[in-house]
Design a protein around this ligand. Structure first.
Ligand code: PLP
Length: 373
C-alpha cells in the first residue's frame, strides 16, 4: 500500500470556521419557508439599487481587472489615502490570509483577542504561527493592560477587531491611542474594522490616528456588512506603507476579486446615502433589541455593530436549536469560556420581534427546567 499522503499539519489540524447556517439548509432542516437569518451580520435591507443597475452591465466573458484600479481610485479618494497603500480582497477575510502570508514565518507568535474572530486565529495557524490570546475583562470590555503586557513580548502580528466581533464594543479614542503607544516596532497591528460604519458619532477615526503614528498597521474594511454585498465577496486593506501593501498583493491570487464584485463595490460607494439610511435603521433596532433583552434579565454588552452578544446561561447549541425550531438562525458561540453565548444579527423589525418572542419562550423553558421539584 502506498504511504499515506503527508499533509501540511498546520493546515490539516486547523479547527473549522464556525459559519452561520445557510438559509436553504435551515429550510430543509425545519420544513419552514420563512427563515430569519440572523447569524452572519448581513444587511437585512439588502444593498443599494444602484448595485443591481451596475451589475446589468457585467460581461462575464472578460477577466476582471487584477489591480482593481477603479475601486482603488474610488477608495483612495473617499479615504484620502494613497491608492498604492490599498489592497482589494475577495472579502476582507482574504486580506487576513494575505497579511499572514506576507508577514509570518514558521514559529512566529500572533496575538489575538478572546473572544475573537475565528479567522484571526485560523489564518496565522495555517502559516505555522503560535497563538497568544488576550482576554477581555470579566465584564467584556477591552483590557488595555492585558494588551500592553502581551505586546511587550513583540508578537509578529496583533489582530483585533474594533468594533469587536463577537462582543460589540469599539475602542474609544484614548484606548486606541494607548494601544498604538504599546505596539512595538517589531509588531504589525491588524485593526479589523468590519463594522466601522455602524459606530455612531464620538468614534475615533482609526485611519487618521494610525496615520499619525509611527507603527506598522493594516486597517481592514468590508463591503459585506453595511454595504450589503456579502455574497459577492469584496473587502479591502489599507496598509501603513506601499511596501507592505505590495507584499500583501503578492500573497493573494492575481484575479482574486471577480468582475461582479468590483462593479458592485464601485456602485455601492456611489450611493453611500443608501448605506447610511440602512445603518441608521439597524442602529435604532439594535437599541430596541438591547433594551428588550436587558429587561429579560440577560447580559448584553454595549454594541457598536449590527449584532448583539448574549449570555443565555445555557449551552449555546441548546439555544441555537430552540431558535432554529422557530425559524431563526443565530450563531452559537463555541470558544472555550463563551459556550453559553449566542451572537444575533439585528434584522428587520419583524424578524427582531420574532427573535424576542422566541427568546422569552426559551427563558421560560430554562426557568422551568431549573425550578426545584
Ligand atoms: C465579517 C467579518 C470579516 C470578513 O468579512 P468579509 O465578508 O470577508 O469581507 C472580517 N472581520 C470581521 C471581524 C468580520 O466580522
Amino acid at each position: 500500500m502506498a504511504e499515506p499522503l503527508r499533509l501540511n499539519p498546520y493546515v490539516a489540524e486547523l479547527p473549522p470556521y464556525n459559519a452561520g447556517m445557510n438559509i436553504a439548509v435551515a429550510r430543509s432542516r425545519t420544513g419552514l419557508t420563512d427563515i430569519a437569518a440572523l447569524a452572519s451580520n448581513e444587511n437585512p435591507y439588502g444593498c443599494s439599487p444602484k448595485v443591481a443597475a451596475a451589475l446589468a452591465g457585467l460581461d462575464p466573458s472578460r477577466y476582471a481587472d487584477p489591480a482593481c484600479v477603479m475601486l482603488r481610485e474610488a477608495l483612495s479618494e473617499k479615504l484620502r489615502v494613497d491608492g498604492n497603500r490599498i489592497v482589494i480582497g475577495n472579502g476582507s477575510e482574504e486580506m487576513i490570509a494575505a497579511v499572514c502570508r506576507a508577514v509570518l514565518r514558521p514559529f512566529a507568535t500572533v496575538a489575538t483577542m478572546a473572544p475573537g474572530f475565528g479567522l484571526h486565529e485560523i489564518e496565522p495557524r495555517a502559516n505555522g504561527a503560535k497563538i497568544v490570546r488576550i482576554p477581555m475583562t470579566n465584564d467584556l470590555r477591552f483590557d488595555l493592560e492585558a494588551m500592553r503586557k502581551v505586546l511587550q513580548d513583540k508578537p509578529s502580528i496583533f489582530f483585533i477587531s474594533s468594533p469587536s466581533n463577537p462582543v460589540g464594543p469599539a475602542l474609544e479614542q484614548d484606548q486606541l491611542s494607548n494601544l498604538i503607544a504599546a505596539v512595538p516596532k517589531e509588531t504589525l497591528l491588524v485593526f479589523d474594522e468590519a463594522y466601522f460604519e455602524f459606530c455612531d458619532e464620538n468614534m475615533p477615526d482609526g485611519l487618521k490616528l494610525l496615520a499619525e503614528s509611527a507603527i506598522s498597521y493594516v486597517v481592514l474594511r468590508t463591503f459585506s456588512k453595511a454595504y450589503g454585498l456579502a455574497g459577492l465577496r469584496v473587502g479591502y486593506a489599507v496598509a501603513s506603507d506601499a511596501r507592505l501593501a505590495q507584499a500583501m498583493s503578492s500573497a493573494k491570487t492575481p484575479f482574486n476579486v471577480n468582475a461582479a464584485a468590483q462593479l458592485a463595490a464601485v456602485a455601492a460607494l456611489e450611493d453611500e446615502e443608501w448605506m447610511r439610511d440602512s445603518v441608521a435603521k439597524v442602529v435604532r433596532e439594535r437599541g430596541r433589541m438591547a433594551g428588550a433583552i436587558t429587561s429579560l434579565g440577560l447580559l448584553v454588552p454595549e454594541s457598536r455593530t449590527n449584532f448583539l452578544f448574549i449570555d443565555m446561561s445555557c449551552d449555546s447549541t441548546i439555544a441555537f436549536d430552540h431558535f432554529l425550531s422557530h425559524g431563526i438562525i443565530v450563531k452559537p458561540w463555541k470558544e472555550p469560556g463563551f459556550t453559553s453565548f449566542i451572537r444575533v444579527t439585528v434584522g428587520l423589525p419583524a424578524q427582531n420581534d420574532r427573535f424576542l418572542d422566541a427568546l422569552r419562550l426559551l427563558k421560560e423553558k430554562l426557568l422551568e427546567a431549573d425550578a426545584p421539584l
